[in-house]
Design a protein around this ligand. Sequence first.
Ligand code: TTP
Ligand code: MG
Length: 653
Amino acid sequence: MENNEKSNSGNDSEQPWQSYHTVYTNAKAGMEGVDKEKVQRIVYEMSKGSKYFENEEKKEAYMKQKIESIRAQQAKLTDSDISHYQKIADRKIVELEATRDLSRTWLHVDMDAFYAAVETLASPSLKGKPMAVGGMSMISTANYEARKFGVRAAMPGFIARKLCPELIFVPVDFKKYTYYSGLTRKVFQEYDPNFMAASLDEAYLDITNFCSEKGMTAEEVAEELRESVNKETGLTCSAGVGPNRLLAKVCSDINKPNGQFVLPNERMAVMTFISSLPIRKIGGIGKVTENILKDVFGIATCEEMLQKSSLICALFSRSSADFFLSVGLGLGGTDTPQVTKRKSMSNERTFSSTKDEALLHQKLVDLAENLSADMKKEGLCGKTLTLKLKTSCFEVRTRAVTLPNYICSSKDILKHATKLLKAELPVSLRLMGLRMSHFSEGIAIDPKQKTLSNFIVTEEGSERGPEDQELLESNINGDTHGRRESIDLVDAYQMQDLDHIDYRHDHNDAEAVGSSDLQIDDLKDNVDNHDMIEESSLGLEARVIRFNDYEPGSSLNVREPVVWLNDYQCSVCGIELPPSFVEERQEHFDFHLAERLQEEESSNNASILKPRQRVIQNDQMNQSRQRKKQKASPSQGKHIPIDMFFAKTNQNF
Ligand code: TTP
Ligand code: MG
């Protein structure tokens, strides 16, 4: 349970890798005995001089700057400010304590080395040998043998190979994992019919009823469930049990692989557990938050959140402070999120620019069919149809029609979509999308159909719109109560949550995937936003994914920036990174971003971003900053393999 990042010594001229912190040196289960310094050095040496490296340095500098600014705010607090905020904090703690619910028993189950284990099942000769699923550019996971060498998920394969020369690579086969995930879910269903799947290999189960009906302890249920999963799939999993989901998740990691840990439903047990729990173990507390809390406030364990409660209340926004204090109390979600009604459903495709009307019509046919199929799956009929277009100049247009009747057939959708498109012709397009909204009243979503968006539950119990994204831009707020600045981390988490909602189906705004593109000039901003975004466990708890949403071979252009398709899959390279892998996603995003920069530098600048495009894009950007952080500029440059991206910038490729 220890954090593996060393703090910045400041004197790193001889061993510069010691202050080079990447996600690769963070431990996952099975990496306890790893020589972290060696891993750090290899990652450093292999990436030094690359754009990735530069980007890491920028992020590091940004974080330091942020830490200094919070430190400065703290220095301005007077004694009377502190005692004022102490009163606020004490009251808040009493309020939060009153919400403690020890009546439910939650179990979090997480498959062991999931993809790797599935591959080993298919090829038993892999057993006992270090292997990774993925390729030279990126690996999805590694088995426990490989982890001993420091090889881990989301690491470029060529670095992994350097760490472990005998590493065997097995290509990703998502269909296989989906199949096995389905088998595990059949088992979960028996213990909690309303279980919440958090990713392909993870789920939360409320086993309260099961325990009481069967007269079994949580310990016994966890044992039995793990055995059933093993019997059904041939795979092992680990389980954690606790009075809420936040704690259950932490617990499932404790005895990995093939183990379990049960935290009793008693306040004292929870508080003892929390007293030594490193803050980084909490979903939602990533590198940036951890560094701020540690460096500025000296908070390393969850319990210390309570000890520094006045500073937390003085310097953080209310929602962030609430989150930190509830972590200090070991509180987490205990209820099963309510199903909310879907507001819209959408579908879009990016393609090489074309003005060929027959081709555009064919795209529309496909979109209408897909949208209709998706709507039928959920028994929906809608009234408002919106056509979204992105021209080859990156101008985004939306055209909508509200019909007198509800429709759901592909024929009807196509008929109205065609009219909308015709009004725009002739036009050269690179993206088309169709969205249906205004669904007929009374048609609720089948609660068993656990689409991610069905379970968006925010603190206020309401869905947030894209306008909330604006908050990301200003997550340091002025404060009206004598606070100098309040840092709103939790809002940012929730935005992130919404930002990863099933992109294929469910964007409520017109600016969905790739709708405006990140300028190189925006890189800093983008990094800034990402640095502030670390997913909240509050949000994660509400996240449920319909795993069969995955659509391999989507027609997204590989030159598009990273978006997480179906909340899972990188639109650029296809790697799957569940939403809870916040840091890995950050790294992965930066990786592609830097790859693009490298690419653009190495090709003819003029052909990459024409001045006119830049103006239009910037303009577009100003109009729709909501989704800015996931967008990248287009490029005509040749594709550089990701390992080349790591090559030193002075190499000519
Ligand atoms: P994890 O549960 O984090 O990892 P794991 O199951 O491989 O290993 P363990 O739980 O025993 O620590 O992730 C589940 C699967 O998700 C993993 O097998 C592959 C995929 N994944 C990625 O594709 N990219 C990633 O960065 C991570 C962390 C996981
Ligand atoms: Mg797992």
